[in-house]
Ligand binder design. Structure first.
Ligand code: 5BU
Length: 468
């Protein structure tokens, strides 16, 4: 193997994949050694041998997929895949702006075990980004096969992220082989070794404030919105991230479900204007059940008009949403005025209140995408009225804000009117903190059993998310 690797190193040098001289790295650091393995696609025999060497690094044969990090490692991953008959996955660099907006291409299921293939590690950040997206899809990734480890801190970063690295060469081994093969002089070897000792790649940030990794209690301390603080604590104490959408047309059905499910949910979400037999007494009854079981009430009115009209709607005497809804949903489409008017109204109320800003919707063809989502978040993340954002994926980093995600069911499916469902595990790994389940529960035969089932899956996935 050693002799083969020595030959391989010399061959890589001969085809210009490794060069000695004065170069500048991608991040602007001077370097005496340049490694660019893209050139190997011009030498199919070399490509095949490198791929075989790499695959031989693993004695473990139960990987379900090969996933190359774009672009250099993609042809290598393809060769390994065809040689081993193990299917490939590709992690896109950017989500598609159309269709299902998938980040990972290929056929897989929860719990599958892909192995990552990469050409070079410096800081390890490309592998970490790839693994993060694969883990969000519920895949179990913990190994990377790498051609060259530049010994500049990447391996440690990857180990910290739970990824074991198996490499063909360290850079020291590579230059020693090249020295032995007469490709590098004593002097150039010393220059490169000195360089490796001194220049470390910037360590990948292990962000202590990473929203997806922090527990709810730590995050409650980073919140500005009183309802977010309350909700974080409540979710932690009740060990539930379930927001039950009780979208019934009869008030008694809502009250009955609220009483059955109450001690297992964090939030009861309703649409008060779809209740056919609404009477003021409903409000008193639902508030009573909320107090009894300690959950919050959200009115999913999705206010969207100019500030003045929204204020009338919010305070309107028929439903008097301002009097009972702990949380409301608001579209950011009409700009700042809506938040100003709600702020005035909140100020006039003695109870704490919070807003979930609808940044991204779950329904097929929704126009909330791209810049709209980014602007919704950047424009409103700093206001203390905001409890969090309604999003389908991890669009914001602020740990003090809560991601609310609707469109969730135990079977991935659609309804007849554009609703798109994802699995509970998928949404939690995509950043959901509070998860809306409606018909997944309201249409179940045994509603309590269904509530318990969703609660358990969601909580376990959240716990795993903050652990790994
Ligand atoms: P379902 O029965 O789980 O499909 O109900 C979903 C609920 O979440 C329903 O009350 C919707 O009004 C709400 N919802 C949604 O489905 N998608 C969105 O993007 C937003 C809210 Br915002």
């Amino acid at each position: 193997m050693k002799i083969d690797l020595k030959e391989l190193a010399a061959e890589l040098y001969d085809v210009g994949a490794i060069k000695y001289g004065n170069f500048v790295t991608k991040i602007g650091l001077p370097t005496p050694i340049y490694i660019d393995l893209r050139v190997i696609i011009s030498y199919p025999d070399l490509l095949l041998r490198i791929s075989k060497f790499l695959w031989n690094l693993t004695d473990e044969q139960n990987f379900t997929h090969i996933c190359g990090v774009p672009y250099t490692a993609l042809p290598i991953a393809t060769v390994i895949s065809t040689e081993s008959s193990i299917p490939m996955l590709i992690r896109r660099k950017e989500a598609k702006s159309y269709g299902m907006k998938k980040m990972v291409e290929g056929v897989f299921k929860l719990g599958d075990r892909p192995v990552i293939v990469e050409d070079i590690i410096t800081s390890g950040s490309s592998i970490i980004e790839t693994v993060t997206d694969l883990r969000k899809e519920g895949l179990n990734v913990n190994t990377a096969l790498v051609i060259v480890d530049r010994e500049q801190g990447g391996k440690k970063n990857l180990e910290n992220a739970g990824i074991a690295v198996k490499n063909l060469f360290t850079i020291t081994e590579l230059i020693n082989y090249l020295h032995e093969a007469g490709k590098l002089t004593d002097e150039s070897v010393n220059v490169i070794k000195d360089y490796i000792k001194i220049v470390k790649a910037p360590l990948t940030k292990t962000d202590n404030n990473d929203r997806l990794k922090l527990d709810f209690i730590s995050r409650s301390k980073l919140s500005k919105n009183p309802m977010a603080i309350k909700l974080f604590k409540l979710m932690y104490e009740k060990q539930t991230t379930l927001c039950l959408a009780a979208d019934y047309r009869k008030s008694q059905e809502i009250l009955d479900l609220a009483d059955i499910a109450g001690s297992h949910i964090a939030v009861l979400k309703i649409h008060v204007d779809i209740i056919e037999d609404f009477e003021k007494s409903f409000v008193e009854q639902i508030k009573h059940i909320a107090t009894k079981h300690n959950f919050l009430i959200m009115e999913d009115r999705k206010f969207a008009d100019i500030g003045q009209i929204v204020s009338y709607q919010y305070k309107n005497d028929v439903y008097a949403i301002c009097e009972w809804a702990d949380l409301i949903t608001v579209h950011p489409i009409s700009g700042n005025g809506i938040f100003q008017s709600i702020k005035n109204d909140f100020d006039a109320i003695s109870h704490d209140r919070g807003i979930f800003v609808v940044a991204e919707m779950s329904s097929e063809g929704a126009l909330s995408m791209g810049n709209y989502v980014t602007s919704a978040i950047t424009n409103f993340k700093d206001t203390d009225l905001v409890t969090g954002f309604v999003c389908q994926k991890n669009n914001f980093t602020e740990p003090g804000l809560i991601q609310l995600t609707p469109g969730v069911k135990l079977t991935e499916s659609n309804d007849n009117f554009g609703q798109q469902y994802n699995l509970p595990q998928y949404v939690v790994n995509s950043g959901a903190d509070l998860v809306v389940v409606g018909r997944g529960i309201t249409q179940a035969k045994d509603k309590l059993a269904s509530v318990l089932q969703y609660k358990k899956i969601l909580w376990e996935t959240y716990e795993n998310r903050i652990k790994c």
